[in-house]
Write a protein that binds this ligand. Structure first.
Ligand code: SF4
Length: 253
C-alpha cells in the first residue's frame, strides 16, 4: 500500500459512523429535511421502491393517489389494475400481488386500512407486525418506522447501503437484517431518528453517484482515506500507470 498516497486514517470504533457522516455532509451538504408521511403511505412507497429510482417511485405513488383516490380503492382494485398502475416500477407483477395482499391483510388484522395505530407499539413490535406481510423485509419495516411520522430509530439498509458499508469494511458481507443490527451497534446513543434518516440519505447518495456497483469513482470519493477497498482500487490503478509498457498486462482476447 502506498502510504504517501494514502496517509492512514484509521477509524476509531466509537467514531466510525459520525466520521463517515461528517465527511459525507462536507461533500454533499446538508440534506433537505424529509416531510414524513403517514405510516401507511410510507409502507406503500417502500413496498414499491426496491430496485426503482426514487423519482420514479414518487411519481408512481402520486399516480396511485390520483387514479384510486383512496388507499381503500387501491386495496379493492384487481391485481391487473394495480399492476397496470405501477408498471413503471421494477417487478410490477410481483409487487401488485404483494401490495394488494398486504393492504387486505392490514385491514383484516386491524379492522380498517390504517397503520396509525402502530404509534402505540414498541419499535421491535411494529417491525415484526409489518414483516408478516408478503414482500415486507427489514428494509421496508425500517423505512416505515424511521421515515414516516412514527419517527423511530432504525437504519434502512438498501442495496447501496449494503455495498458501501461492506467496501468500507464496517460490516462483513451479510443480509440487510444482520447488517442493520451490526451498524446500529455503531450508532451513537445521541443520534435521533432524524439523524439516522439523514445518514441513510447520505450513504444512498454516495452509492448512487460515486460508490456505484460496477465503477466506483474512488479517486473523487470523500471517504477514500478511510476506505480499504477504495485504497486498493486506486493503488492498482496507480501501479498500472507506472508499469513500463514492456511489463504491461497482456490484453485478454
Ligand atoms: S473509496 Fe471507493 S469503494 Fe470506498 S466508499 Fe468511496 S467509492 Fe466506495
Amino acid at each position: 500500500m502506498n502510504e504517501t498516497l494514502f496517509p492512514r486514517q484509521p477509524l476509531e470504533p466509537d467514531d466510525q459512523l459520525p466520521q463517515i457522516h461528517r465527511l459525507l455532509l462536507g461533500y454533499f451538504g446538508e440534506q433537505k429535511p424529509r416531510k414524513p408521511w403517514d405510516p401507511l403511505s410510507q409502507f406503500i412507497y417502500s413496498l414499491l421502491s426496491s430496485r426503482t429510482k426514487t423519482e420514479m417511485t414518487y411519481a408512481v405513488v402520486q399516480h396511485l393517489r390520483e387514479r384510486f383516490g383512496t388507499w381503500e380503492n387501491l386495496r379493492d382494485a384487481t391485481v391487473a389494475e394495480i399492476e397496470d398502475a405501477i408498471r413503471d416500477v421494477t417487478f410490477p407483477e410481483q409487487k401488485a400481488v404483494q401490495l394488494k395482499a398486504s393492504l387486505e391483510g392490514i385491514t383484516a388484522r386491524y379492522g380498517s386500512l390504517t397503520l396509525d395505530f402502530l404509534a402505540r407499539y414498541r419499535t421491535e413490535k411494529i417491525r415484526a407486525w409489518l414483516e408478516q406481510f408478503p414482500g415486507v423485509g427489514p428494509k421496508t419495516s425500517a423505512a416505515v418506522v424511521n421515515f414516516s411520522t412514527l419517527r423511530r430509530r432504525a437504519m434502512c439498509v438498501d442495496s447501496h447501503h449494503l455495498r458501501v458499508t461492506q467496501r468500507l469494511g464496517l460490516t462483513p458481507r451479510a443480509d440487510a437484517a444482520i447488517t442493520e443490527e451490526r451498524l446500529m451497534r455503531l450508532v451513537p446513543e445521541t443520534w435521533t431518528a432524524e439523524m439516522l434518516d439523514e445518514h441513510h440519505q447520505l450513504i444512498k447518495q454516495l452509492g448512487q453517484k460515486i460508490c456505484t456497483f460496477s465503477e466506483p469513482k474512488c479517486r473523487q470519493c470523500p471517504l477514500l482515506k478511510i476506505c480499504p477497498y477504495g485504497q486498493k482500487q486506486v493503488a492498482v490503478m496507480e501501479e498500472d500507470v507506472l508499469r513500463p509498457r514492456s511489463e504491461a498486462r497482456p490484453e485478454s482476447r
